[in-house]
Design a protein around this ligand. Structure first.
Ligand code: XMP
Length: 514
């Protein structure tokens, strides 16, 4: 595998992404965890040193173990990683008036060949790259030569071909370095990777790992109906069969027919032992009269834990809890960006559950990104329509019903949302959209239908495009589509007499209304 040593850059994850896209298996480990013992035990075939917020000239700033440079494996240093390499190999790095942020152009030094680390690069003479650094290299370590320069970074690309050590001042992993993936790809090829890491291989490895971890013990899995927990459940079931029991907590805040679909799919189609915990009365009862968004989330999160625990306690001898944790969650928890971030919404609905229940965790998706989970789902034979489903928040329709939640509103919302999604599917737009849903607004407005006055709820439609849910753009439906959808909803759903389309991006809006 290819090891990525994380020095705390905001974009380290993207290095992993680029590598996975080349079908090379890689793992990110924080620099504190990478010592001689680690390197000797894990034997990476190549190592990438990430960027980071540190400053090499500053005492106590992070370094790599010196053994890394004696292992004889190819290395690629990025930004702070380049500076670490130079410092530890006998070059010089200086702080000062060299800060550089944003777009820059790298020219190859004369005499470069069109192969090796340069393959398919510099075809247009120069390469656009993305710089983000405060310090810079001022003297190369012995053995290195400059292979590319930019106006402000004389050592933008450097190499020691004999040792297969490469380093760049810029960030090849970001999209603003259009051929960055190619540079990393060239490095991987030089390191002997053939790009044969596939989902089929991952599936086999994951199954073996689950069997080794769990042995003959029992596992409980909280199934939400979302892609992550579903893929985790099917994978674990494939590994250990009926040692797995799923608990599906139905909080009464699901979409139209959703509970039935989930139960049918897992219990009937997959034969996975499934407890359908229908606790909608409990949840809706406790939410009565509550309108504050954070309070709603806290109530739902708290009840979820209680309910899950109640059902899980009935499963004798369970020692493991399965979770659909993804790689981005894992990385976030070891980031060094420092400083507490402001809580916009408390998303983590089931945080603290394993500790509370004294269960060990099984997290077979820990190494995967969202789209890889989808690929694994396809590999496992989950229906395409299911795998492509838009994300759905843990608190469900509660946060799509701003203000107080009532059964009447939920009923109307379910129907309206189903019509809206049906419209999107009919127009072939579902897969272009990251997330689309209706929200019922806490107000009534006057309308006229037939000869009568109506005084009904207003509905907001939301649809956004996004790559990770962190930022989003509203989807530019045509006026015809919006008009047709509004008409259908008002005609088909009693209780709605007005439809709005939400054209707010994130930021400043969020995807959900609460
Ligand atoms: P926001 O509204 O924060 O949403 O822009 C970003 C993504 O997160 C989902 N979301 C949640 N998921 N529990 C969840 O499991 C929550 O409380 C929650 N709030 C928002 C939202 O659907 C979108 O995909």
């Amino acid at each position: 595998f290819c090891l990525i040593i994380d020095f705390g850059s905001q974009v380290t994850q993207l290095i992993a992404r680029r590598l996975r896209e080349s079908n090379v298996y890689c793992e990110i480990h924080p620099f504190q965890n990478v010592d001689d013992t680690f390197l000797k035990a894990r034997k990476p075939k190549a190592v990438i040193l990430s960027g980071g917020p540190g400053s090499v000239p500053q005492a106590g700033s992070p370094r790599a173990p010196q053994y890394l440079f004696e292992m004889g494996v190819p290395l690629f240093g990025i930004c702070y990683g380049q500076q670490v390499m130079m410092d530890q190999l006998g070059g010089r790095v200086e702080s000062g008036h060299h800060a550089e942020f944003g777009r820059a152009y790298v020219e190859p030094t004369t005499g470069h060949k069109n192969d090796g680390i340069f393959a398919a690069l510099f075809e247009a003479g120069r390469e656009q790259v993305w710089m983000s650094h405060g310090d810079r290299v001022t003297a190369l370590a012995p053995g290195f030569e400059v292979i590319g320069t930019s106006a402000n970074a004389p050592f933008a690309m450097i190499a020691d071909e004999a040792r297969r050590f490469y380093a760049v001042q810029f960030h090849p992993e970001v999209h603003h370095t259009p051929h960055g993936a190619r540079m990393l790809g060239n490095f991987l090829k030089l390191a002997g990777f053939t790009g044969d890491w596939t989902m089929g291989a991952y599936r086999e490895e994951a199954i073996a790992k689950i069997r080794a971890q769990v042995g003959d013990k029992r596992v409980i899995c909280g199934l939400s109906g979302g892609v992550d927990s579903s893929v985790a459940a099917v994978l674990i079931h494939e590994a250990i069969g009926d040692q797995l029991t799923c608990v599906f907590v139905d909080h009464g805040l699901l979409r139209l027919n959703e509970a039935d679909e989930v139960v049918t799919m897992f219990r009937d189609n997959y034969n996975i032992p499934l407890i359908h915990a229908d606790e909608s009365d409990l949840f809706l009862g406790k939410l009565e009269g509550v309108s504050d968004p954070e309070t709603k989330r806290k109530i739902i999160g708290g009840l979820f834990i209680d309910v899950f625990q109640k059902y899980a306690n009935e499963i004798e001898g369970a020692e493991f809890l399965a979770q659909g944790t993804l790689y981005p969650d894992v990385i976030e928890s070891v980031s060094f960006s420092g400083g507490p971030s402001v809580t916009i919404k408390s998303h983590h609905n089931v945080g603290g559950l394993p500790e509370k229940m004294g269960l060990k965790l099984v997290e077979p998706l820990r190494e995967l990104f969202k789209d890889e989970v989808r690929a694994l789902g396809r590999e496992l034979g989950l229906p395409a329509g299911f795998i492509g489903r838009h994300p759905f928040p843990g608190p469900g329709l509660a946060i799509r019903c701003p203000g107080e939640i009532t059964r009447e509103k939920l009923e109307i919302l379910r129907k309206a949302d189903a019509v809206y999604i049906d419209q999107i599917r009919r127009h072939g737009l579902y897969d272009e959209i990251w997330q689309a849903f209706a929200a019922i607004l806490p107000m009534r407005t006057v309308g006229v239908m037939g000869d009568g006055r109506t005084y009904d709820f207003a509905l907001a439609l939301r649809a956004v495009t996004s790559v990770d849910g962190m930022t989003a753009d509203y989807y530019p439906f045509t006026h015809d589509f919006l008009g047709e959808t509004s008409t259908r909803i008002i005609n088909e759903v009693r209780g709605i007499n007005r439809v709005f389309y939400d054209c707010t991006s994130k930021p400043p809006g969020t995807i959900e209304l609460e």
